[in-house]
Design a protein around this ligand. Structure first.
Ligand code: LMR
Length: 392
């Protein structure tokens, strides 16, 4: 019977990790999967996380189970950063649970909406490929609209039309900041409008916040999410600590639900707990506990925020250098200067992306997405020359 299973393609993005590792060229450049890199090309463990891990090893006295919700100290310590310091639970209307990374959070959120009776998820494309993959696996229909224009700005008309066409009972999945894969975010004024449109259409917002702090700042990157939450009765929020705490392989994330009436919250969250139990039972503890220890300690928190500032600053420098280059062959790199987060799209076709890899040893996603943090002052000229060559 197992032989009935069809061969599945390897995940195109994750497959790049191995292809890059196997390439013997010393000057190869990895712009594939989204991990932050320093100016030296490293992805070190954060200083603040190292210190928290040392404390964890010294002080943790048990590894007994915590339950499907994971470490609630971690979940609650994040809330002021996500929802604002004034009233992080919005009057008792928000509660969360720990999940294995942002993917675990999305999986639970989408399974919850399916269970609640939703069948259509509105998504701006291109999007992170796993969004559509999880929807497909759960039997949810994805309704696509165009996220961005070739000029490098968001396509607000397409978003307005998608919301106007929505049926009551649809959900919309939006990237809170640092859009993956385009780096093209909504402005604050656009978020103000979006919040009103979603509220008027009575559709459920699912907000994916996987890069908080890597766009404009921790507070700035939460603007859209908070604006939407202030306008609607219900929402789901999917959070990842992979990038802003550098915990990628430790799988640290959280799912938050906001409801209109606090009396409904425990019932809604019981579905998250029950789905977690059926999927992974309980989230891995280590990374979440380390984040909690960082956030419980003022000195470690300040150091973590300084590390985030440094990362953001470096990505801004890389983006400024790309914009300064202007064009590379027929590719316009200028818009990248104003984009946010780890990603941008270089306008290359599939053959050109392949030529970047085979001829120049530059690894990037098939969509033309680059991880700008993979560029350094030492390899950026080679990258620009390679783009010029393949588009000449
Ligand atoms: C990415 O888009 O590169 C990251 O979100 C990593 C992943 O899991 O795909």
């Amino acid at each position: 019977m197992l032989t009935n299973l069809q061969q599945q393609p390897a995940d195109a993005l994750l497959a790049l990790i191995k292809l890059h590792n196997d390439d013997p060229r010393a000057d190869k450049i990895d712009l594939g999967v989204g991990v932050y890199r320093t100016g030296e090309g490293d992805t070190p463990v954060f200083r603040s996380i190292k210190a928290a891990e040392a404390k964890l090893v010294a002080e943790q006295d048990s590894k007994a189970y915590l339950g499907p919700e994971g470490d609630m100290g971690f979940v609650e310590a994040l809330m002021p950063y996500v929802f604002g310091k004034a009233d992080p639970s919005m009057g008792g209307r928000i509660e969360g649970m720990q999940t294995p990374g942002g993917t675990g959070s999305l999986r639970l959120a989408l399974a919850m909406v399916k269970r609640a009776g939703y069948s259509r998820i509105i998504v701006g494309v291109p999007s992170w490929p796993n969004h559509a993959q999880i929807c497909a696996d759960l039997g949810l229909e994805v309704v696509e609209f165009n996220h961005a224009l070739a000029s490098g700005t968001t396509d607000m008309d397409a978003l307005r039309a998608a919301i106007a066409d929505a049926r009551e009972g649809d959900a919309i999945l939006l990237h809170g900041c640092c859009h993956n894969p385009t780096g093209i975010d909504y402005s604050n004024a656009q978020w103000d409008e979006i919040a009103g449109l979603i509220a008027a259409a009575k559709i459920l917002p699912i907000l994916d916040l996987a890069y908080q702090g890597l766009g404009k700042g921790m507070e700035e990157d939460a603007y859209g999410l908070r604006r939407v939450l202030a306008a609607v009765p219900e929402a789901l929020i999917c959070y990842s600590c992979d990038k802003n705490f550098g915990l990628y392989r430790d799988r640290v994330g959280a799912l938050y639900a906001m409801v209109g009436d606090p009396a409904d919250l425990a019932r809604v969250m019981s579905n998250g707990h029950n789905l977690a139990r059926a999927n992974w039972s309980q989230p891995p503890d280590h990374g979440g506990a380390a984040v909690r220890l960082v956030l419980e300690d003022e000195t470690l928190t300040a150091d973590w925020l300084a590390e985030l500032d440094e990362m953001r600053e470096r990505m801004r420098e890389v983006r400024a250098k790309l914009a300064e280059a202007g064009t590379a062959g027929s590719a316009d790199l200028t818009p990248m200067g104003g984009q946010n987060g780890l990603f941008s799209i270089v306008p290359l076709n599939k053959d050109q992306v392949l030529a970047m890899r085979t001829k120049h040893g530059v690894y990037m996603a098939g969509s033309g997405r680059i991880n700008v943090a993979g560029l350094t002052m030492g390899n950026i000229d080679k990258f620009i020359a390679a783009v010029a060559d393949v588009t000449a």
